[in-house]
Design a protein around this ligand. Structure first.
Ligand code: OGA
Ligand code: MN
Length: 296
């Protein structure tokens, strides 16, 4: 297995490994090592089906169940529970209509975010497999929250060191003007805010990073408008081109990202006319973050 850095340096292009076959412990360790060093790994020509993708994903921990991540009722799902449906298709594999609430909810992915940061135990890795990609658009962009943290001035680092933020899906949906009434009753648990530190330390490398996400609605102890303005400033800082890698998808790409140290967002494409079938498996974090443990 070889890893070549991609611009601006925190994504690695991996060759020489077939992830659809069972891996040895050293191979899994090499991928985890690559994730710790880079934060994003890109693999090409990985011809997964859902079962082989899930089997590969389980090498890295417990899978998140994505039912709450969709507005679809369980019987409307196209994919099994461990697979987040990042497509524009309904359960009959038809393109979703312009006013489809699942489609509108999914537009939240166009905001810079970290997956499942609204959960008490937020996500560790996300693994996104491209099955069908549109002819134009639909890139995914990633931002390096370690480099963004490092580039802050010392006064800001000191100021934010111990800050705790509140995350809820309600806040990100509010940004895109998603109607509150459209939350299903099975999604209510996702609206209760959870608490995480704004500065996270990576458990393996010890590197600090900004834990930002569109799901942040306030900073504990701050007036909401002041918190939102500051979070917006930090997000603008952290998503400057020098911290961003854009991935242009080819069918059968697999991209793994570390949600603890990166943010990402989907870019626009003609989803009313072109199919984009992407499937995400998600690895749970190890435990509640300390502020959430205290709050819970
Ligand atoms: C995701 C996500 C972005 C995209 O799968 O979590 O945000 O480009 N995807 O589809
Ligand atoms: Mn996402």
């Amino acid at each position: 297995m070889d890893i070549t850095p991609l611009s601006p340096g925190f994504a690695g292009d991996v060759t020489g490994i077939d992830l659809t076959r069972p891996l040895t412990a050293p191979q899994v360790a090499a991928i985890e090592g690559g994730m710790d060093r880079f934060a994003i790994l890109v693999f090409h020509d990985q011809h997964f089906d859902d079962d082989t993708q899930l089997a590969f994903s389980r090498n890295f921990g417990q899978l998140e169940v994505s039912s709450g991540g969709e507005m679809a009722k369980p019987e409307d799902r196209r994919l099994k529970l461990e697979m987040a449906d990042i497509s524009n298709l309904d359960r009959n594999s038809q393109l979703r209509a312009a006013d489809d609430r699942v489609r509108l909810n999914a537009l939240g992915n166009r905001l810079w975010h970290s997956d499942a940061s609204f959960r008490a135990v937020p996500a560790k890795y996300s693994l996104l497999s491209a099955r069908i990609v549109p002819g134009a658009g639909g890139n995914t962009e990633f931002a390096d929250m370690r480099a963004a943290y490092d580039a802050l001035d010392q006064a800001t680092k000191t100021e934010i060191e111990d800050l705790v933020t509140e995350h809820s899906n309600a806040y990100s949906r509010e940004i895109i003007g998603f109607p509150k009434e459209d939350y299903g009753t099975h999604n209510q648990d996702k609206l209760r805010p959870v608490r995480h530190r704004l500065v996270r330390t990576h458990p393996v490398t010890g590197r600090k990073s900004l834990y930002l996400s569109a799901h942040i609605g306030t900073i504990v102890g701050w007036p909401v408008p002041e918190a939102r303005a500051f979070i917006r400033d930090l997000t603008e800082h952290a998503t400057q081109p020098r911290f961003v890698h854009a991935h242009r998808w080819r069918p059968w790409d697999l991209v793994i990202w570390d949600n603890r140290t990166t943010m990402h967002r989907a870019r626009r494409y003609n989803d009313l006319r072109e199919v984009r079938d992407m499937r995400r498996s998600t690895i749970r974090g190890d435990a509640m973050t300390a502020p959430q443990q205290e709050a819970a």
